[in-house]
Design a protein around this ligand. Structure first.
Ligand SMILES: C[S@@+](CC[C@H](N)C(=O)[O-])C[C@H]1O[C@@H](n2cnc3c(N)ncnc32)[C@H](O)[C@@H]1O
Length: 280
């Protein structure tokens, strides 16, 4: 609904052919709109920002200038209109999150995935989230299931926001924020979990051993990875082959189901594998 409002806002300023591109490139995060502007429109970017601000109920409009970078996964942003603040409150699945999209990774596009994983969690489980950001997966899981979640991130700003978010959602003691590299935290959390989340595709293979190490016995690992493929099915099969091969060294995999989370470029997909494993 708000996306179509964004399109209406820029109608007249740009040709209708480009409107389709605009539709793909809009994220509404709380009171902030983030848009991707094709190069040919950049000269009128502030006008586009002002139109969007006037048309939809946001406080600020930013343009994404670079995709999420390696490491902290923060996206490049340029202010276009409204308040010059990258902080906002975002609501999802009955939880509230303070985010700062200029300083930490955040994507509303993983909303369905966060719900899906939370639904798989069994009441009373201990979960480790190795790359937690501001605590989105962790908080949704703890709130919807009686789970305890160790929630790790190595970005101090993400950690600070995670602490606020745990308090805001009244989950003190149920979600435990940890500021550390996930490899280091793994030695403290050795054999403590029923389930481990790895929502950072770049480190899927490099940190798989640590994920297995944190399981107390037979348990689940949700591995996110990026894969090329001529179709979704091909990308998924390639992801399975790659990750199962890497896992052989650490565990026996008793179940492995995959799903394409989203398309991230031409012939390129984000894939999640739900793996039930027994550590060696
Ligand atoms: C893709 S984001 C996670 C998104 C989050 N799960 C969500 O749904 O909002 C990946 C996070 O991993 C963190 N990170 C990157 N390398 C890390 C490492 N070695 N150890 C722990 N956290 C790391 C980044 O700071 C970033 O917040």
């Amino acid at each position: 609904m708000r996306r179509s409002a964004v399109l209406e806002a820029v109608e007249g300023l740009v040709g209708s052919e480009e409107l389709h591109k605009a539709l793909k490139g809009v994220d509404i995060i709380g009171r902030i709109a983030v848009i991707k502007i094709p190069r040919e429109w950049e000269g009128i970017r502030h006008e586009i920002g002002e139109r969007i601000l006037a048309k939809i109920g946001v406080d600020s409009v930013y343009m994404q200038t670079a995709p999420s970078r390696q490491g902290d996964r923060v996206r490049g942003l340029e202010w276009l209109a409204g308040k010059r603040s990258t902080e906002t409150i975002y609501s999802e699945h009955g939880c509230k999150f303070l985010v700062d999209i200029g300083k930490v990774y955040f994507s509303p596009r993983l909303s369905n995935e966060r719900r899906r994983v939370a639904d798989l969690v069994v009441n009373g489980e201990t979960v480790v989230n190795m790359f937690a950001g501001v605590g989105t997966f962790s908080i949704i899981i703890a709130k919807s299931k009686g789970a305890r979640v160790f929630s790790i991130d190595n970005n101090p700003k993400a950690f600070e926001l995670m602490i606020e978010n745990v308090a805001m959602n009244r989950l003190n003691g149920r979600v435990i924020p940890i500021l550390a590299d996930a490899k280091e935290a793994a030695s403290e959390l050795d054999r403590s979990a029923d389930r481990v989340l790895m929502p950072l595709p770049e480190l899927a293979e490099a940190y798989l051993g640590e994920a297995v190490r944190m399981l107390s016995g037979k348990g689940w690992i949700h591995v996110y990875t990026h894969e090329m493929g001529g179709s979704k099915a091909e990308a998924m099969e390639r992801a399975k082959t790659k990750i199962l091969k890497s896992a052989e060294m650490f565990c026996e995999t008793t179940r492995c189901e995959g799903k394409v989370v989203r398309s991230i470029g031409r012939r390129s997909y984000q894939v999640v594998l739900d793996m039930q494993v027994i550590p060696h």
